[in-house]
Design a protein. Structure first.
Length: 201
């Protein structure tokens, strides 16, 4: 059985949505970006805030409250409302910003983004920033950002979400031994060996 993940994604059907995927399936998952969480800004805080936003819709044409909140603190290299493209990456940064108690410096650190000329509103540049800090992985952890696309290249990374749950596959149960028939017919009883007396045989 394959590993499964549950995510929260901005701009999934023009709203914040909760989704699930099976790894290894036809879902275009390219890998996982691991934020620099600490004791104060945790994955749990980020997930809690993101889940509280599920169902929130844009007002149309990529106008959304997440871009507006980050525009107000000049988070990016220019205004992003309305978003020039889909606002899925902006939602991830706003989740970090709110988990950090609306501390811009902490949010930038968590998201591996530069203070000046921040292009993190793009899924591709989020990948670039995390990779520069050696925080790109092929296996997920709760709190990671999952990236989707056709390949790890500009204009090929199309979407990003927050991993809120990872379901490990359950191990297959061991088969029950089949009793063997005895020479005289019937079934031989199962033998329980006492290892402390093994030397007597």
């Amino acid at each position: 059985m394959a590993k499964k993940i549950t995510t929260v994604e901005g701009n999934k059907g023009n709203k914040v949505s909760k989704c699930s995927y099976t790894l290894g399936g036809k879902n275009n998952i390219l890998g996982f970006l691991r934020p620099r969480y600490d004791d104060e800004v945790t994955a749990e805080k980020t997930i809690k805030w993101a889940l509280s936003q599920v169902g929130t819709k844009e007002s149309g044409n990529n106008h959304n409250k997440y871009s507006k909140e980050l525009d107000a603190i000049n988070y990016y290299n220019g205004k992003k409302d309305p978003a020039e493209a889909d606002w899925c990456a902006i939602f991830q940064d706003d989740a970090a910003y709110n988990a950090a108690g609306k501390d811009k410096e902490k949010a930038l650190y968590i998201s591996c983004e530069p203070e000046k000329d921040n292009c993190g509103a793009s899924c591709y540049y989020q990948y670039v920033y995390f990779k520069e800090h050696k925080r790109f992985f092929k296996e997920p952890k709760v709190g990671d950002r999952v990236i989707f696309g056709t390949k790890l290249a500009k204009k090929c990374i199309k979407h990003i979400g927050l991993v809120v749950e990872v379901n490990e596959p359950k191990p297959e149960p061991e088969p029950t031994p089949t009793p063997k028939p005895t020479p005289g017919g019937g079934i031989a009883p199962a033998t329980n060996y006492n290892m402390s007396e093994a030397g007597k045989y």
